[in-house]
Design a protein around this ligand. Structure first.
Ligand SMILES: NC(=O)c1ccc[n+]([C@@H]2O[C@H](COP(=O)([O-])OP(=O)(O)OC[C@H]3O[C@@H](n4cnc5c(N)ncnc54)[C@H](OP(=O)(O)O)[C@@H]3O)[C@@H](O)[C@H]2O)c1
Length: 311
């Protein structure tokens, strides 16, 4: 008979690696991947990424659902979510991967590397006088577990950084603003826009044609959060006119980005296949185990999500 059991579900993540790392942290945890092989009443924790509809209903004693990733949009939008604490992954490994993606993408524009990539393909020695990083205005939308460290890393590198979120933040070296009333001014003063907002009913399509037009002529856009935060048709139009000069896109409304999609043919778009930050079980298991320990002692888990807020 199983005791304090966890059910794991993911079509992408390696259950063996998770079992090894998680049971090293919690030797008494009964780790299962087969819902048919465990007493449903013993399952207290679910660690899952996009499980099929109805998945949670068979476990009547769930105490914690942990989303096997940082973005919870596919989880909190479900109508079969149990009424238990929901947590998401976040760990230093994910944070440094995202910060490195953002730094790379911003520096590629700030240091004109994209121009040299194209010049080299033409066999052309093209000198572009570098700008001081302190003159380059970078704006980070979303100052959460990934956005705040990315903004701080940009500030430490020497950029003129501003950040925007729902509640006001205090981040060294970052000019912070918050709320919808501050968004237009934030966009007007941003040359390189980094999007790290979760996808929620409020942020879906937030970066639309009007807001793109507020960015200065020739602005660059980097989206590493969710494709649908940006109106992709409006972005394509802005990239075609050159109002948005360049974009680095890790995420898309439809993934994988369909063959023949207009983005594939745009020289001013760098496409990466949704990997700006990934979860490594070795790094994340400690946090998941700590959440389970907390729930066992009647406390809230780490990185708790508010399903009504959507993130
Ligand atoms: N491409 C990838 O590989 C990858 C990997 C991991 C995650 N992601 C995406 O990145 C997103 C951000 O991750 P995270 O861990 O930093 O998220 P998070 O910790 O939930 O932070 C979200 C941030 O967005 C702000 N925000 C949310 N709704 C807002 C609104 N309506 N108006 C203004 N600000 C709003 C929040 O403001 P408050 O601080 O005031 O609440 C917070 O600062 C995830 O949701 C996920 O979609 C992508």
């Amino acid at each position: 008979m199983s005791k304090d059991a966890l059910i794991f579900y993911s079509e992408f993540d390696d259950p063996a690696a998770w079992k090894k790392t998680l049971t090293a942290e919690l030797p008494d945890l009964d780790f299962h991947t087969d819902p048919g092989a465990v007493d449903p009443a013993a399952v207290h924790y679910a660690l899952a990424w996009k499980p099929p509809k109805g998945f949670f209903a068979r476990f009547p004693n769930l105490k914690l659902v942990t989303n096997l990733g940082a973005g919870v949009d596919s989880l909190v939008g479900r109508d079969d979510l149990p009424d238990v604490p929901i947590s998401r992954l976040s760990d230093t490994g994910m944070v440094s991967l995202m910060s490195s993606y953002v730094l790379f993408s911003v520096i590629r524009y700030a240091r004109d590397i994209y121009i040299f990539e194209r010049a080299q393909r033409r066999g052309e020695w093209k000198y572009v006088h570098p700008r001081a990083l302190s003159d380059i205005k970078v704006g980070v939308l979303g100052l959460g577990e990934l956005g705040a460290p990315a903004a701080q890393a940009l500030a430490r590198t020497g950029f003129d950084v501003r950040g925007w979120s729902r509640s006001l933040k205090d981040i060294p070296g970052v000019r912070c603003s918050n709320g919808m009333e501050a968004l237009d001014a934030f966009l007007r003063s941003t040359e390189i826009l980094v999007i790290l907002l979760p996808l929620t009913p409020e942020t879906r399509g937030l970066i639309d044609a009007r807001r793109l037009s507020l960015l200065p002529e020739g602005a660059k856009l980097i989206n590493a959060s969710r494709g649908a935060v940006v109106d992709e048709s409006a972005l394509i139009a802005a990239l075609q006119t050159g109002h948005i000069a360049e974009a680095t896109l890790d995420v898309f409304t439809v993934e994988p980005l369909p063959k023949g999609h207009v983005f594939w043919g745009m020289e001013n778009v760098l496409i990466t296949p949704h990997l700006a930050s990934i979860t490594v079980p070795e790094a994340a298991a400690r946090e998941v185990a700590e959440s389970i320990r907390r729930v066992r002692s009647g406390l809230a888990p780490l990185h708790q999500v508010d399903p009504r807020r959507g993130y």
